[in-house]
Write a protein that binds this ligand. Structure first.
Ligand code: URA
Length: 233
């Protein structure tokens, strides 16, 4: 791999800045000054230092974000702040959110550059569970529960797959679904005669939203979380 690409993947700056830094002698490979950005290195064997610090190569990165309302699940947007904007210095241009939450939805969003994992988590054939806390406009009753559990007609080719419903109180439920159609939860509740007033995703597959993470906060996944998610691959 080229030295400048390696340093970029280590999240140390833009490619052009890194090229300048290499030429300025700020980078060593195996204790030898490296002055050519195009120099090839072996990212598993060579020791690369940038400004005296050893650089560790991470081809894939995984962040759990607690998405706040008002931010869009996109990599860039003309008008709104995006979930990637929330990553500040950790932002790199190969990252993307795994799936979308509506602008007014909060909660768990995985951000990564691992396209294979994203595909596995989003693929309809994998039926990965997504769990949502829903606050409702009207009292939730047994009939609505049974209809959601059986599957409802939200105007797609087929009924929604059976959902799991846990009632928290008369206007709050936890809904678990295995699909990811556009506005699916809101459309399901609308179809049974209710309306969602607040929506928060709290789980995707094996990944639970960390209750310590404030709105807008993010952290890297732990090794265990990565391993368990990888079981979807
Ligand atoms: N279902 C919705 O209606 N909105 C979301 O953001 C996610 C699931």
């Amino acid at each position: 791999m080229r030295l400048d690409k390696f340093l970029c993947d280590c999240n140390l700056g833009t490619r052009s800045q890194i090229k300048k830094d290499i030429k300025a002698g700020l980078v060593t490979v195996n204790d030898q000054a490296a002055r050519r950005p195009e120099q090839h290195i072996d990212e598993k064997e060579d020791t690369v230092c940038y400004k005296g610090q050893i650089c560790t190569y991470e081809p894939y990165v995984y962040y759990m974000l607690h998405k706040p309302a008002g931010v869009v699940s996109a990599t860039e947007d003309q008008h709104d702040q995006t979930v990637l904007d929330l990553l500040g210095e950790d932002r790199r241009n190969d990252l993307f959110p795994v799936g979308r939450l509506d602008k007014d939805t909060e909660g768990l969003l995985l951000i990564t550059n691992d396209g294979v994992l994203a595909h596995e988590l989003l693929s309809p054939s994998k039926h990965v569970e997504k769990e949502y806390e829903c606050h409702l406009e009207k009292t939730f009753d047994e009939e609505q529960k049974v209809r959601l559990e059986q599957g409802v007609d939200i105007g797609e080719k087929s009924l929604t797959k059976p959902a799991v419903v846990r009632v928290l109180d008369d206007k709050k439920i936890i809904l678990t679904i295995t699909e990811g159609k556009f506005h699916q939860v809101k459309r399901m509740l609308h179809t049974v005669g209710n309306e969602v007033t607040y929506l928060k995703r709290i789980r995707m597959g094996t990944l639970m939203l960390d209750s310590e993470l404030p709105r807008g906060g993010y952290r890297r996944l732990t090794e265990e979380e990565k391993e368990r998610l990888g079981e979807n691959k």
